[in-house]
Design a protein around this ligand. Structure first.
Ligand code: GRF
Length: 205
C-alpha cells in the first residue's frame, strides 16, 4: 500500500513526535511514513527521539540561515528533496508564513493544547495555554488538531478531545493530563485520517 511521505516539525521535548513514532511502529499509521524530523532548535530533545527511532533528524538554524525567509527556503528545499506530502507541527514554535502554508493546502496539521477557539492564537503556546485556562476557571479544556493556514491556530478543525480540569491543578499537571488523555491520542489518529484521504484522492485522480 502506498504511504504518504510525512515530515514532523518540532521545537522541544517531542512527546507528540514520540506518540507518532510509537503509533507507526505499532502499525497504527498504515497510510503514513514519518521520513524526516526537522527542528528550528538544534538542542531539541525531539531530534534525539527521532534518531533513537532511526528517523532522519535535521536542525535548521534561523540565525545561520538569515532569518525567517532563509529558514523557510531551507525548509522547503529539505521537504522537496524528500518528496514530503504531509507536514505535522508537533510542538513546533515558529510561525510559518502565508506564502509557505499556501504551498501545502490541507497538508499541514498542528496540535494545539486547548479546545480552539478558546485559548489560542498569538502568544498562546505551551504552558501559557494552561495558565490561561486555569485563570479563566473553565471546567473543561482539551486538545485540537487543525489544518494550518496563514492565521495562527485558525485553520479548519479536524479533531478535538475534552479533558477535565481538577481541583488544585497546576499548569504543569494540567499540561501532562492534556498530553496523555488528548494530544498523544488525537495526533496519530489525525495523521492517519489525513494520509488515508490523500491516498484515496491520489488513487481517484
Ligand atoms: C505541548 O503542550 C503541545 O501541545 C504543544 O507543544 C507542547 C510540547 O509538545 N504543541 P512536545 O512535547 O514537544 O510534543
Amino acid at each position: 500500500m502506498r504511504k504518504i511521505n510525512t515530515a514532523v516539525l518540532v521545537s522541544g521535548g517531542g512527546t507528540n513526535l514520540q506518540a507518532l513514532l510509537d503509533a507507526e511502529r505499532k502499525g497504527q499509521l498504515p497510510h503514513a511514513h514519518i521520513s524526516v524530523v526537522i527542528s528550528n532548535k538544534k538542542d531539541a530533545y525531539a531530534l534525539e527521539r527521532a534518531k533513537n527511532a532511526g528517523v532522519e533528524a535535521i536542525a535548521l538554524s534561523k540565525k545561520r540561515l538569515g532569518g525567517q525567509e532563509g529558514f523557510e527556503r531551507a525548509l522547503l528545499e529539505a521537504l522537496n528533496e524528500r518528496g514530503i506530502e504531509l507536514i505535522v507541527l508537533a510542538g513546533f514554535l515558529s510561525i510559518l508564513s502565508a506564502d509557505f502554508t499556501a504551498r501545502y493546502p490541507h497538508r499541514i496539521l498542528n496540535i494545539h493544547p486547548s479546545l480552539i477557539p478558546s485559548f489560542c492564537g498569538e502568544g498562546f503556546y505551551g504552558l501559557k495555554v494552561h495558565e490561561a485556562a486555569l485563570s479563566r476557571g473553565v471546567k473543561l479544556t482539551g486538545a485540537t488538531v487543525h489544518f494550518v493556514n496563514e492565521i495562527p491556530d485558525g485553520g479548519e478543525i479536524l479533531l478535538q478531545k475534552a479533558v477535565r480540569i481538577l481541583k488544585g491543578d497546576t499548569p504543569e499537571v494540567l499540561q501532562r493530563r492534556v498530553m496523555e488523555q488528548a494530544e498523544w491520542k488525537l495526533l496519530p489518529r489525525a495523521v492517519e485520517m489525513t494520509a488515508k484521504a490523500l491516498c484515496t484522492k491520489a488513487s481517484n485522480a
